[in-house]
Design a protein. Structure first.
Length: 292
């Protein structure tokens, strides 16, 4: 069994990005600029955005954080989105989700200029990804693809089971794993209502678990030699920790790991790669790689 170290891989990629940025700036080019909009004070979102700012520093990017209180109106948020769309210095930006219930998330996503949509959530980017055109790929699926490639894991012709059908992970992951230039796999998507979920998992060469239920994948669901990618990050109570909680994956790691050829830990697996992929998208936005 080999542990897939997302933390070390992400650090390596950020160093590669930083070197490229150094060369761009030395050649008289513009330093990439990533902006983030954060609404309210959700603990998870605060941590995630803080880590993005740190990653920007490591990559040599300029970063801006725009904060709004929980009671911000939809119109105020849309006005800020338009401002960022029109700001030539900002190469890419994200609106941290989830947003308060009185704001229509889809309306905000639709208002983002798809050429600056480094989260890859805009329908133009989602559509281009689905038909295999160059675009910003949402960060978690891109991070998973990067890990599979960097660890030399064979995906072509393999049976891949994806647990979960969210717009952020499950759906784009399925699209990418079936496409010839990415996964080239035979893909099955399972979810909470799938009648043969366990049977499908037992036949899988690769399992990507993004169902949001701690310890959902158990040893009896995994065949010998399978590759298991755990996207789950649920906070569970843990009295032994100073914080009072720990991050738990969708996979019951201790009993599943011995059966795997490769497995990602939680934390330290997919998580660091998500932020690292956002940096890759920001660099591409700065270079106008996909959209002129």
């Amino acid at each position: 069994m080999q542990l897939i170290d997302g933390k070390a891989t992400a650090a390596q990629i950020k160093a590669e990005i930083a070197e490229e940025v150094r060369q761009i700036v030395a050649g008289g080019g513009k330093r990439p600029h990533l902006a983030a909009i954060l609404v309210g004070h959700d603990g998870g979102s605060e941590t995630y955005v803080k880590n993005k700012v740190i990653a920007c520093e490591a990559c040599g990017f300029k970063s801006s954080l725009i904060r709004f209180e929980e009671d911000v109106t939809e119109d105020e948020l849309l006005a800020k989105v338009k401002e960022l769309n029109d700001d030539d210095d900002v190469d890419g930006y994200i609106v941290q989700l989830p947003l308060p219930k009185h704001i229509d998330e889809q309306k905000i996503i639709m208002a983002i200029d798809y050429r600056k949509d480094v989260d890859g959530f805009h329908p133009v980017n989602v559509g281009r990804m689905a038909i295999g055109l160059p675009c910003f790929i949402s960060a978690t699926p891109l991070g998973i693809l990067t890990l599979l490639r960097r660890y030399g894991i064979e995906t072509s012709g393999r049976k891949c089971v994806i647990l979960g059908r969210s717009n952020i992970v499950g759906k784009p992951m399925a699209q990418l794993m079936m496409q010839k230039q990415y996964g080239d796999s035979t893909v099955t998507v399972c979810h909470s209502h799938s009648k043969t979920l366990k049977e499908e998992c037992r036949e899988a060469d690769i399992i990507i678990a993004a169902i949001g239920r701690p310890d959902f994948v158990t040893a009896d669901m995994v065949k010998e030699g399978a590759v298991v990618i755990d996207v789950g990050t649920t906070r569970v109570t843990d009295a032994t920790r100073k914080s009072g909680f720990r991050l738990n994956g969708d996979v019951k790691f201790d009993e599943v790991a011995p059966k795997c050829s490769f497995i990602t830990p939680v934390p330290g697996g997919v998580g660091p790669m998500t932020i690292c992929s956002l940096m890759k998208n920001t660099l591409a936005a700065g270079k106008k790689e996909y959209y002129k």
